[in-house]
Ligand binder design. Structure first.
Ligand SMILES: *[C@@H]1O[C@H](CO)[C@@H](O)[C@H](O)[C@H]1NC(C)=O
Ligand SMILES: *[C@@H]1O[C@H](CO)[C@@H](O)[C@H](O)[C@H]1NC(C)=O
Ligand SMILES: *[C@@H]1O[C@H](CO)[C@@H](O)[C@H](O)[C@H]1NC(C)=O
Ligand SMILES: *[C@@H]1O[C@H](CO)[C@@H](O)[C@H](O)[C@H]1NC(C)=O
Ligand SMILES: *[C@@H]1O[C@H](CO)[C@@H](O)[C@H](O)[C@H]1NC(C)=O
Ligand SMILES: *[C@@H]1O[C@H](CO)[C@@H](O)[C@H](O)[C@H]1NC(C)=O
Ligand SMILES: *[C@@H]1O[C@H](CO)[C@@H](O)[C@H](O)[C@H]1NC(C)=O
Ligand SMILES: *[C@@H]1O[C@H](CO)[C@@H](O)[C@H](O)[C@H]1NC(C)=O
Length: 801
């Protein structure tokens, strides 16, 4: 590029290049960007000579600012005024002044901590032995410069120092700001060396632990008293995790100097330093809210995770089981006091538990194997394996392994019955649907005309404890129409769909009629129950905030239709029996596909009940898509996939966000931000309908017991039929002669319910449900134990073998 001579930029550029130095420079330390002002140099020479001139002109050439001082006093004064980065002291002539004394006096000042001081010494004359520079270094000099008055020699010296030591010192000075941040931070922070020697603690740490930093720094962590509350292998787990360079996060008991145990949320991050090795561990600790003594819980030591790494120790399955039991006990203790703090605690523990939510899926084993293989492999292999892990984590490999791990027959039967599509197809055994349609019952003209007893019951419709069985009774087995009309009007569904209440009513009638009232569980009462739960969830602040009106409409419709025309048999049964539906849907999500497909057929086949008829094409397609997605999500084969995705995409980002600010407006912003990610909304909707579908164990005890009886009866009937027809019995424990309902409920809760509701609760905040769940679980446990203690019942004998 050529500049015309008269162009103002030409002048600028000539100066720029001649002076060899821009006015400010940018450098970085870690993620921090710094701007460095022009370098200032102080020359301390008693007399002006060629050497001082050489440095003067060199500074000029390099674009540095330069001062000259003639006496020790003026030198110090000038330095304290300007804080020069470089000081050059004439060391050649001891008669003028004591250069070492000047150096020492400057070094002794605070601003000199990062200053580079140079001694100009005489050239070594020929034959003379070169002296060591050590005395100079001891005096506080950083460098020696052999007398050379050539400007270029002085210039080279200065710019080398600038690019080397001055820049490093400049970066180090910026660390003061980082330490200031640490010192004022509310979280307790501890930095240790790679061999766990404490190097730093901040004031918040001193306060939390009751130690002074002088008592800690330089000590090895093992020298400090430990709490005995932690699970025995917790420390090993943590060490294994962080030694591999992974972050560990979880809950840990620590012992304060006074001897108290406190529960902390801890995040330990390894920091690599020189040689690419781990050089420090940074621990950030926060008190768990449950440190209030009256609400102390003893559960959380299992809530841990090794980030980026679904690391678990081999004893996981044992711990996982215990965790479930303990968490229930703890929760029932905690929630005795129903004040705000306990609710807060409850929420926190749900979120904390999410981090340990790891169902024994094959993926977990694979990840563990790869992790241990990484330990001894070369960097390139380890990096390749990191990528493998990344892929494994983000794809859909979450379905658990069946049978092998869990010797509990109830669990494996449930898994087999609910999650497996049949393997064996028997021909000529098609399942015939018993369509028993009693379409003749009258339904009022509008919901406001409902008989008073029904209207009165429905007043309580928004409460979780609403008794759906009473509604079933007073409506003469038409709970879906009545509850549906009430709920849909509350959510403005007719307005959204632009359809009349008459159309909606006709639609509900058609749908309800297509539920089989001969099923003891999957009849329209179940549909009404799921609709009720879905509407309840939609009322929760977070759920409401993250979904659009279309999502709400889709969710309520999906809940209504999600089991329509259910034959009272599981997918496995239909596949084994080679039923028409199984053939039609290639043994894949047979029932769920049928529910969705039939519901749309029933809806659109007759204008009288077509609630979609006034929707424009685009709205209809979006709505239809959302409804189908939700109905298919109720299929249990993908249970763990849906739950895991929800946890990974919604709960984990959210809880890390929450720990930054416990802020209502932040929360609002947060849920609002979910609206910008339709994928996340989909995960929320799937989770919502899944939870609504199996919410029975979270209902009040009497309702829970009734549901348990109904589902068991339906499974018994299936087993009866399998035996009669010579089909494989998919859930042998559900034999009416031998089954223990408490055991089957306990297994179902352990395996499917607990983790899922923990996650859903962490999102939607459902303390009432979690309380019911804990009570109901205890109820089944008590029944189970008392049964075991009493005279052995035939059922127990059979189950034991
Ligand atoms: C002084 O520095 C110049 C330039 O670097 C060099 O050529 C010359 O040899 C040096 N003189 C002595 C005496 O070291
Ligand atoms: C890695 O190597 C060390 C030392 O050779 C050995 O003790 C350890 O068992 C190895 N780990 C694995 C997972 O192979
Ligand atoms: C339907 O209801 C009408 C009157 O309400 C009655 O006469 C008729 O017998 C009913 N049909 C059936 C199949 O129950
Ligand atoms: C609602 O549907 C009717 C037809 O039934 C149509 O005339 C009207 O424009 C629709 N309103 C809206 C807002 O789409
Ligand atoms: C559902 O099945 C139960 C039997 O378990 C029955 O009592 C109830 O009336 C049925 N409900 C409907 C709506 O068919
Ligand atoms: C079932 O499989 C056949 C053959 O692969 C395929 O043509 C058909 O579309 C499948 N049906 C469904 C519902 O997936
Ligand atoms: C939502 O989705 C985006 C992109 O898919 C993802 O980055 C984010 O973590 C998700 N979760 C939340 C809570 O926003
Ligand atoms: C809460 O959020 C608001 C708005 O986002 C913010 O101004 C405020 O500083 C936050 N408070 C805390 C304690 O984080």
């Amino acid at each position: 590029m050529r500049w015309l001579p008269w162009h103002p930029m030409a002048y600028f550029f000539s100066r720029f290049f001649l002076s060899g130095q821009a006015s400010t420079t940018e450098t970085e330390i870690g993620p921090m960007r710094l701007t460095q002002d022009p370098i200032q140099v102080l020359l301390i020479f008693a007399k002006e000579d060629k050497q001082s001139d050489g440095f003067w002109w060199a500074c000029n050439k390099a674009g540095y600012r330069c001062n000259i001082a003639r006496t020790p006093e003026s030198a110090l004064e000038c330095f304290l005024d300007k804080h020069h980065e470089i000081i050059v002291i004439d060391y050649r002539n001891p008669r003028h002044f004591d250069a070492e004394a000047i150096c020492r006096s400057i070094r002794a000042t605070k601003p000199a901590e990062h200053t580079v001081i140079i001694a100009v010494t005489l050239q070594v004359s020929a034959g003379q032995e070169e002296a060591s520079v050590l005395p100079l270094l001891h005096a506080g000099f950083n460098r020696r410069f052999l007398e050379n008055n050539s400007i270029i020699a002085c210039y080279n010296e200065l710019i080398q120092i600038e690019h080397g030591e001055v820049r490093s010192q400049f970066k180090l000075r910026a660390c003061n700001s980082v330490f200031t941040a640490l010192e004022h931070c509310h979280e307790a922070i501890e930095i240790t060396s790679e061999d766990h020697i404490i190097q730093y603690v901040n004031p918040a740490f001193e306060q939390m632990m009751g130690y002074q930093k002088g008592e800690l720094i330089g000590k090895e962590l093992t020298e400090l008293p430990k709490s005995d509350r932690n699970h025995a292998d917790l420390l090993d787990t943590i060490n294994t995790c962080i030694k591999r360079g992974k972050e560990w996060q979880g809950v840990y008991y620590a012992r304060r100097k006074s001897g108290d145990n406190i529960q902390q949320h801890v995040k330990i991050t390894p920091v690599t330093g020189q040689g690419g090795k781990i050089r420090h561990f940074v621990s950030i600790k926060k008190l768990c809210c449950s440190n209030d003594r009256s609400k102390q819980t003893y559960r959380i030591h299992h809530d841990e995770k090794c980030t980026g790494d679904q690391f678990q120790s081999d004893s996981h399955s044992f711990r996982c089981k215990n965790r479930r039991k303990e968490s229930i006990d703890a929760k029932s203790i905690t929630s005795q006091s129903s004040d705000a703090t306990s609710l807060q605690n409850h929420r926190y523990s749900s979120i904390a538990r999410i981090h340990s939510m790891t169902i024994e899926a094959p993926i977990t084993k694979v990840i563990n194997i790869i992790n241990s293989a990484q330990e001894n492999s070369s960097v390139t292999v380890a990096e390749a394996l990191d990528r493998v892990l990344e892929i494994l984590r983000t794809t859909e490999l979450y379905s658990p392994q069946l049978g092998s791990k869990d010797d509990d027959p109830h669990t494996s039967d449930l898994v087999g019955g609910l999650m497996m599509d049949g393997l064996k197809k028997l021909s000529g055994n098609e399942y015939i649907f018993s369509k028993n349609m009693n379409q003749n019952q009258s339904v009022p003209v509008t919901i406001s005309d409902a008989p008073p007893c029904i209207a009165h019951l429905l007043d309580n419709e928004e409460s979780w404890d609403f008794n759906i069985f009473e509604l079933e009774a007073v409506t003469n087995k038409r709970p879906l129409v009545y509850l549906g009309l009430k709920t849909f009007s509350r959510f403005g569904i007719c307005e959204f769909l632009n359809c009349s209440e008459a159309t909606l009513r006709a639609w509900f009638q058609v749908i309800e009629t297509n539920y089989h009232s001969s099923n003891s569980y999957h009849n329209s009462t179940h549909a009404a129950d799921v609709l009720h739960a879905t509407a309840f969830f939609l009322g929760k602040e977070r759920v409401k905030g993250s979904l659009d009106h279309l999502d709400q409409v889709a969710a309520l419709i999906a809940a209504t239709i999600h089991d329509v025309d259910h034959p009272g048999r599981t997918n496995s049964f239909l596949c084994n029996a080679g039923s028409e539906l199984a053939v039609l849907y290639n043994d894949t999500a047979v029932l769920e596909s049928h529910h969705a497909a039939l519901a749309f057929q029933l809806t659109t086949k007759d204008n009288k009940c077509n609630i979609f008829k006034n929707l424009n094409r685009n709205h209809y397609r979006t709505l239809r898509q959302a409804i189908i997605d939700m109905v298919l999500a109720t299929e249990m084969t993908k249970h763990f996939e849906h739950v895991n995705k929800f946890v990974n995409s919604i709960i984990k980002p959210m809880s890390s966000d929450e720990s930054n600010s416990n802020n209502d407006s932040g929360d609002c912003e947060y849920t609002h931000s979910l609206k910008n990610f339709p994928d996340n909304q989909t995960l929320i909707k799937r989770m919502m309908i899944k939870c609504a579908d199996v919410a029975n164990p979270c209902r009040p005890l009497e309702l829970c017991i009734e549901w348990a009886g109904r589902i068991s009866e339906e499974y018994f009937a299936q087993t009866d039929e399998e035996k009669k027809q010579g089909l494989p019995v998919v859930m042998p424990v559900f034999d009416r002669n031998t089954c223990s309902i408490p055991k089957s409920q306990i297994s179902f809760i352990d395996y499917f319910i607990m983790d899922m509701f923990d996650a859903w609760d962490a999102f939607a905040y459902l303390p009432g449900l979690m309380q019911h769940l804990a009570n109901n679980y205890k109820h089944w446990k008590k029944l189970d134990e008392s049964k075991c203690r009493s005279l052995r019942l035939p059922s127990e004998n059979n189950l034991g073998s």
